[in-house]
Design a binder for this molecule. Structure first.
Ligand code: ATP
Length: 303
């Protein structure tokens, strides 16, 4: 049985179409990522699946229960870490945790095993108010609070936004461990580099799912010729490449440009072309796409 099923869900806010015919499933013990920019519709989908908001159309199940009729059962079986931290800022770490345990009719001791690895990292500060914690510590506490009733399904809405790089890495390590305990995890992130850490991902933009697959499969299915180009004149080169006949798309990536051509070329052909066009110090190499390359490729309007 799938942990989450989403079938043709559509949601409008007035004239804004936040979700348009969204469908996918998440298996038990699967780490599934919703990858998309701000405003893509990720939070709306989380609110619908955690039974806080009704969809206009479509249906879904969470932990085997239909989202509309059996919301009470669902609320007992899911953990939800909303985008903005759900912690009580004027309660301490240990008070927040006890509070969440109590509202689910359980105790911290009963479920300590599940949170132990995470909690030991913040336990030395357990008397500190949540409002006085760093972003990374707040995030760990919020995850402990979302897990304290042993949920079957965990919803994490942008859990690493505003969190430092080290804490982000640690957080994904924790998710890997939780998954081995059979918990299904739906996680959203605007960070494309985190996508590769998921079992499967859905790329979402403007309320629509553009692609669903494992990140590795998405990368190996990408068949377009892709080059990374380095130059001391990045901006002039970008403008030059934008209007060339062989260019399908060109975008800045850090200090380099990523160029997709409309037919295969040798690196030497590209470099030769750039040299005779006045970009004498440019170097090119063929590269494997990142999830960001794939996202930008599918999100570009088809000419
Ligand atoms: N309560 C609301 N009323 C009107 N429009 C809304 C409301 N909530 C969200 N929207 C709009 O719906 C679309 C999807 O928003 P949503 O918050 O679900 O996206 P998101 O991917 O979670 O992005 P973010 O990270 O910015 O929250 C956006 O265009 C947003 O402006």
């Amino acid at each position: 049985m799938d942990a989450i099923t989403v079938e043709h869900i559509t949601k409008k806010y007035g004239g804004v179409l936040a979700l348009n015919d969204v469908s996918f499933t998440v298996g038990k013990g699967e780490l599934f990522g919703l990858i998309g920019p701000d405003g893509a519709g990720k939070s709306t989908l989380f609110r619908i699946l955690t039974t806080l908001l009704l969809a206009d159309k479509g249906k879904g199940t969470v932990a085997g229960h239909p989202i509309v009729n059996e919301y009470k059962e669902i609320r007992k079986k899911v953990g939800y870490m909303p985008g903005r931290f759900s912690l009580y800022q004027d309660l301490s770490i240990e008070e927040n945790l006890s509070f969440f345990a109590t509202i689910f009719g359980t105790t911290v001791e009963d479920n300590y095993d599940l949170i132990k690895d995470i909690y030991v990292q913040i336990e030395p500060f357990k008397k500190r108010l949540a409002g006085k914690l760093s972003g990374g510590m707040k995030q760990k506490l919020a995850l402990c609070c979302a897990l304290i009733h042993k949920p079957e399904v965990l919803f994490l809405d942008e859990p690493t936004t505003g969190v430092d790089a080290v804490s982000r890495v640690e957080f994904w390590d924790m998710l890997k461990k939780l998954k081995t305990k059979g918990i299904a995890i739906l996680v959203s992130t605007p960070y494309m580099d985190e996508a590769t850490l998921c079992d499967r991902i859905a790329l979402i933009q403007n309320g629509e799912i553009l692609k669903i697959n494992s990140p590795q499969q998405m990368i190996s299915n990408f068949e377009k010729p892709l080059f990374s180009i380095n130059s001391t004149e990045t901006y002039r080169l970008l403008n030059y490449l934008r209007v060339q006949n062989f260019t399908e798309s060109v975008l800045p990536f850090g200090e380099n440009l990523h160029l997709i051509t409309n037919k295969p070329y040798e690196v030497s052909q590209i470099e030769h072309h750039l040299k005779i066009s006045g970009f004498s110090d440019s170097t090119a190499k063929t590269i494997q796409p990142t999830v960001e390359d794939i996202f930008l490729d599918v999100s570009q309007p088809v000419n």
